[in-house]
Design a protein around this ligand. Structure first.
Ligand code: GDP
Length: 138
């Protein structure tokens, strides 16, 4: 699984109509989409997805935000997918994100930051399996 990562286009980017532009950047960077769906997380499901952050002060805000509107979830394939995708999305805080990154272009704040990208191969697998059954992963 080391050539796969997991992403979500978050509710802020969905609401602003940036889904297509972001998917286009993902494709242009050489990632192949091997699973994809548009869906909306309940508070319970958002809380479960981000359970690792439960002790952080921003957890409540994060769960509210991630359940506030539709998202697009996808599994992406490319050599060195996890690391290369983190480079493509840029720093968590868009004010610190490099020029040309997805967050620099489309994120408004450290909380509403347009996209998610897995931080390890292990989490990529866990997160992909959270949204997609085996039959939905190509
Ligand atoms: P990521 O791996 O770059 O997404 O960053 P983290 O794993 O540190 O945080 C997960 C998500 O929590 C981020 O993408 C943000 O949406 C949110 N987040 C992180 N820090 C803050 C914060 O200080 N305030 C708020 N409201 N949300 C935050």
């Amino acid at each position: 699984m080391s050539n796969r990562t997991f992403t979500m286009i978050k509710p802020d980017a969905t609401g602003k109509g940036n889904t297509g532009a972001i998917l286009s950047m993902i494709n242009a960077a050489g990632f192949r989409i091997v699973a994809m769906k548009m869906t909306k997380l309940s508070k319970e499901k958002a809380g479960e997805f981000y359970a690792v952050h439960a002790a952080r002060p921003f957890y409540g805000e994060l769960v509210e935000f991630m359940s506030s509107g539709p998202i697009t979830a996808a599994i992406l394939e490319k050599d060195n997918a996890v690391e290369d995708f983190r480079k493509l999305i840029g720093s968590t805080n868009p004010a610190e994100a490099a020029e040309g990154t997805i967050r620099k272009l489309y994120a408004a704040s450290i909380g509403e930051n347009a996209v998610h990208g897995s931080d390890s191969n292990e989490n990529a697998k866990i997160e992909g399996d959270f949204f997609f059954s085996k039959l939905e992963q190509f």
